[in-house]
Each structure stands twice: as structure tokens, then as C-alpha cells.
Design a protein around this ligand. Structure first.
Ligand code: AMP
Ligand code: MG
Length: 569
């Protein structure tokens, strides 16, 4: 052994320091269940879109005051959470790029055949609204890149209403890219095809990776022209406007509360937090005097979990501003995100993020920064003693995060028991991956694919290409022996280890080059690649012929290194 125990511990501390040490509640309210019973669903899915309706009585507009000003112009809004805004229909012909049959059938009770119906495509593009719909844009604020940015709000998104499905779950439907709102500031209210494809594919990919996220039902594109200076270098290009029909149990975010605290709207702040607790945090007792501390504890826990999940699949969100951090700890707002190819903890997916504030390795720390802002936002609702309690909760964040991180990374290595030295096992592996530039996703897959027998003999075939890269590291032999001993001590068969690893480590993720391929084709009206990637990422843990033929589990092509993604969307 060239590496002793102290060395491992030190290394782990360095890596944790590097990381900064650093589910959505499925509340089914009584009233929603009662309503569901009254609806008397049959088990069949709806096959004609005109039979599909919103239950208007649950609209957020019934619970909260709405902006009395109904004219749609950019302005500062006060004392309300929402403005009524109708989507602006696209001027040119609209085409359906893709739809998620899983969302259609399992969330919206719609048979997939509905996606081809003209009314559905009109609905998904914002030119047809069911008569019950009261479309709303949400007023929120946020800290952007560390600084308070004041009012932001849904500048190009409109919530169409809430749909209660056959399981009794309430989902808020939203169009993104549907035109200007009072919150558009200097923007045009539109979203271009490339960023919409990325959002559509990644939200569905994340769902199938079992990571809490907003969902995407459909994406449409038009020939409406939208100028975008993609790299902010004075070279604007004309791009095509697209719209994504997306869904979440709630779109409330840290910035939803921040703006109310900053502008002294404390009654409304209390009303909103009470609403969120009642509808989305079933474990919290509404009558409990400490319910806001409990709420904070829940969000801290779930945010730590979410970020540990991001790290476990090599996901960098790209714009972790407080306006993009959900109070339900789901991923919202897919912008310049990226997945790691070669393991590089300093990876920054967003070329506009010069300082690397939102690098992969900074995400756990940024989570804590954002949760501190949440604490400030709810502070008017807390007594001095309760403020102290939320301080104590926030102090626990790093420990909670580290526990969740280790739980997942143990599973990624096929470990079902806990040993104190597991932290070193993970830390050394990551350090070797960093120094050899081995592929994050495929290294874990390959370790799960190789038999312990072959691993012990260093019999690593070139097909296991990521592990083949890793084995060049000078520590590999020692690490491998440490791993083999560790597996032996937990008394599981090699087959059990391999099954667990296969269930935990995805083989296919939305690599930047894959998304780019789909975008390039879609810009020429060939949507086959978008649909193919969606199909494949619906089952990311299983080997699929179509994906293997497309080289999605191989080393990314060299041109992928030149790809850049910016905030422009
Ligand atoms: P994001 O970086 O996507 O989270 O957006 C930050 C803020 O800018 C949000 O308030 C968005 O609604 C707004 N925004 C982004 N793009 C546009 C656009 N094209 N038109 C209007 N508002 C936009
Ligand atoms: Mg946003």
C-alpha cells in the first residue's frame, strides 16, 4: 500500500472542502381528493383534446390577490403575486417538435394520439386556451450571481391553470416562450428553439433519472423570428421562436418569498408561506407554532438532497440564482446547464459565468447561500428564538448534504453497508478521475460492468473505455484492492453488486453534443433526433441498441469540446 489511512483522510477533507462541504411533497389535499371522486374518471385516457378541462375552482387566482392592472406592459408590480396575462400567439405556422407520452398519459390523462390534434398543438403554443383558464404570470424577485436583482418575475412564462389528474395530483401547467408579460423587462418574451429543446429533453431526462424536476409535456416551434446574440459579442442572429408546455406541482421559488420580504409585504408573505405549507408539505402541522421553522428544515433537507443528486449524475445547473431555486426542491429553469463528460470538478457549463460561480463543485455551497437568503425571506414570520433555530438548521446543511452525498455514492459503488473509510474510497476515486480525465458517467458504469474477478486481475478490456483510462493512474492498483476488500467485507455476491450499480448509475445522460446534434437537425425541421434522445433517456439505466448504435455511451466526439452554452435563450 503506498497510501496510508491518514493520507486518505486528508484527501477526503481536501475534496470535501473543494465541494464546500458542503421529492417533491406529494400532498394530496382532502379537497383535491374529494374533487377527484366527484369527477368519476373512467380508467381510459382522454382521446379527444376537446374533452379535457381544467378544474377552475382550484386556480391560484382564487387564493391570492391578482394585479388589478390587466394591460400587458412592463412595470413594477406591488401587493400581488400574479398578473393576469394572455399568451401572445405566434404569427407563423406552428409545428410540434416532440411530446412526452409519459407526461401526457401519466400526468395529463391524455392518450398520446392527442398530441397530433390541432387543438392540442394550438394549446401548447398559446393560441388556444380552455375557457376555464385564467392565465397568470408570477411576480418574484431573486439574487442573481450573488446580488439582489429586485423584481424579475415570469418574463416569458404564463401559468395556464392547475390540472387535477386521475391520481388526485394537482399540476400547474405553464407555457414558456409565450410572449411578453409585465415582468419581461427588456426581453421579448420568447424562447428560441435550441434552448427549448434543451429544456424539454433535460426535464424529461432528469425525471427518468429519478431526480425531482419540473416536467415537459410538449415543445412546438414556429417560423417567428427572434434575434439573439448568443455569445454577447455583437453578432446577433435570427433564430426561431419555440414554446415549451411544462408542468410542476408548484413553480414557487425562493425569490417568490424574497420579493415580499424586501418590499415589506409581510401579510402576503405569511399568506404565501401558509399556502405552500398547507398544499405541499403534508408532514407539517399547520397549527404548530414552529411550523415556519419546520418548513425551513424541510426545504434545507430537500435542497441538500437535490444537490447531492445533481453531483451524483455530474449535472451542473448553470444558473443557481435564488429565482431559479424551487421551494419544493425540484429542478426548475433549465438554461445553460451541462453534464460532466470527463470528470472536472471546476466545470462551468455557462460561458457567461466568467467567475465560475456556478461550477459543478460550487453547487453545494451555493445551495447554502440560497438557503440563507430563504432564511432572511421568512425571518419576519419568526420570533427571535425561532430565528436562532433556523440558524441551527442552516448549520446542519453541510452535514445533511455530506450524508446524502455519501449515501448515493456508496450505492454508485455497489456498497450496501456503511464504513467510515468509504469517504476515502469515494474521494480517491474522484481524485483519480480528475487527474486522468476519465468520463464521470461511464467510469461508474464500467466499474459496475466488470466482474470482481477481472478487476482483481487488472483484466480491463478496452471496451470499458472509461475504466481503461482510469487504470493508468498510479493509485489505481491500491484503490482497486481497497475496493475489492471493501466489497468482500459486505458479503454480497458480485451479481448483487452489479445489479445495484446498474440500477444506480445511468448509462445515458443528456451530453452536450447529443443535445447539439438534435438542435442542428431540428433547426432544419428534422425532429427525429430530439425524439430519439427522448426515447433513449426515458430508460437511461438499460443498454439500448439504438443508443449504442448512436455512440451515446462512447467517448464524446472531439468537436464536442468546442461547444459553448450561454445564458442567451
Ligand atoms: P433565467 O435566467 O432564465 O432564470 O431568467 C431570468 C429572468 O429573465 C426571469 O425573470 C425571466 O423571465 C427573464 N427572461 C429571460 N429571458 C427572457 C425573455 N426573452 N423575455 C423576457 N424575459 C426574459
Ligand atoms: Mg429563471
Amino acid at each position: 500500500m503506498i497510501l496510508d489511512h491518514n493520507y486518505f483522510s486528508t484527501l477526503w477533507i481536501i475534496i470535501l472542502f473543494h465541494f464546500g462541504y458542503c421529492s417533491i411533497c406529494n400532498k394530496r389535499n382532502v379537497y383535491t381528493i374529494n374533487h377527484f371522486r366527484q369527477k368519476c374518471y373512467t380508467s381510459e385516457l382522454i382521446t379527444d383534446f376537446k374533452d379535457w378541462t381544467f378544474p377552475n375552482s382550484f386556480s391560484l387566482s382564487k387564493h391570492f390577490p391578482i394585479d388589478l392592472e390587466e394591460r400587458n406592459y412592463v412595470r413594477k408590480v406591488k401587493d400581488v403575486l400574479f398578473s393576469k396575462v394572455y399568451p401572445t400567439p405566434l404569427k407563423t405556422q406552428v409545428q410540434l417538435v416532440a411530446f412526452s407520452s409519459d407526461v401526457l398519459s401519466n400526468v395529463l390523462d391524455l392518450d398520446s394520439c392527442v398530441a397530433k390534434q390541432a387543438n392540442f398543438v394550438k394549446f401548447a403554443s398559446g393560441s388556444f386556451l380552455p375557457s376555464e383558464s385564467i392565465p397568470l404570470s408570477h411576480r418574484y424577485g431573486g439574487h442573481q450571481f450573488g446580488y439582489w436583482a429586485d423584481q424579475l418575475g415570469d418574463g416569458r412564462a404564463v401559468s395556464l391553470g392547475e390540472y387535477l389528474n386521475r391520481y388526485g395530483d394537482l399540476w400547474e401547467l405553464q407555457l414558456k416562450g409565450s410572449g411578453k408579460t409585465p415582468y419581461s423587462r427588456r426581453g421579448d418574451g420568447r424562447a428560441v428553439l435550441r434552448s427549448s429543446i434543451r429544456e424539454f429533453l433535460c426535464s424529461e431526462a432528469m425525471y427518468h433519472l429519478n431526480i425531482p424536476t419540473s416536467r415537459a409535456a410538449a415543445i412546438v416551434v414556429s417560423d417567428d423570428e427572434v434575434p439573439r446574440d448568443m455569445f454577447y459579442d455583437g453578432h446577433p442572429q435570427i433564430e426561431r421562436a419555440a414554446v415549451v408546455l411544462r408542468l410542476a406541482k408548484s413553480w414557487f421559488r425562493i425569490g417568490s418569498l424574497e420579493i415580499l420580504e424586501k418590499s415589506g409585504e409581510i401579510e402576503l408573505l405569511k399568506q404565501l408561506v401558509d399556502f405552500i405549507i398547507k398544499h405541499h408539505f403534508p408532514s407539517i402541522n399547520e397549527g404548530d407554532v414552529d411550523k415556519y421553522v419546520d418548513f425551513y428544515w424541510n426545504v434545507v433537507n430537500q435542497t441538500a438532497s437535490l444537490i447531492a443528486l445533481w453531483q451524483s449524475v455530474g449535472f451542473a445547473h448553470g444558473v443557481c440564482n435564488t429565482d431559479n431555486f424551487s421551494l419544493l426542491s425540484i429542478i426548475i429553469d433549465y438554461g445553460p446547464f451541462g453534464f460532466l463528460d470527463e470528470y472536472n470538478p471546476g466545470f462551468v457549463p455557462n460561458t457567461s459565468d466568467d467567475e465560475g460561480r456556478y461550477s459543478y463543485e460550487n453547487q453545494p455551497d451555493i445551495g447554502k447561500f440560497n438557503l440563507k437568503k430563504l432564511q432572511t425571506a421568512i425571518s419576519p414570520l419568526l420570533t427571535e428564538k425561532q430565528k436562532q433555530s433556523t440558524d441551527d438548521v442552516l448549520k446542519q446543511y453541510s452535514v445533511i448534504y455530506k450524508t446524502k452525498f455519501m449515501d448515493i455514492f456508496r450505492r454508485k459503488l455497489g456498497l450496501i453497508t456503511e464504513e467510515s473509510d468509504d469517504e476515502n474510497l469515494v474521494a480517491i476515486l474522484l481524485k483519480m478521475m480528475e487527474e486522468t480525465g476519465s468520463d464521470f458517467t461511464m467510469t461508474f458504469c464500467n466499474i459496475g460492468e466488470i466482474s470482481l474477478n477481472n478487476l482483481s486481475k487488472n483484466n480491463i478490456s478496452k471496451n470499458l473505455w472509461a475504466l481503461f483510462t482510469l487504470k493508468k493512474h498510479k493509485w489505481f492498483k491500491d484503490w482497486k484492492n481497497m475496493y475489492l476488500d471493501r466489497i468482500k467485507r459486505q458479503n454480497t455476491s458480485d451479481r448483487q453488486r452489479q445489479i445495484l450499480m446498474k440500477q444506480t448509475n445511468p448509462r445515458y445522460i443528456l451530453r452536450n453534443w447529443m443535445a447539439q446534434l438534435a438542435i442542428t437537425k431540428a433547426e432544419k425541421n428534422d425532429f427525429s433526433e430530439v425524439r430519439k434522445i427522448l426515447r433513449i433517456l426515458t430508460d437511461p439505466f438499460s443498454i439500448q441498441k439504438e443508443a449504442e448504435d448512436s455512440h451515446y455511451a462512447l467517448k464524446p466526439p472531439s468537436w464536442s469540446k468546442q461547444l459553448k452554452v450561454s445564458c442567451s435563450s
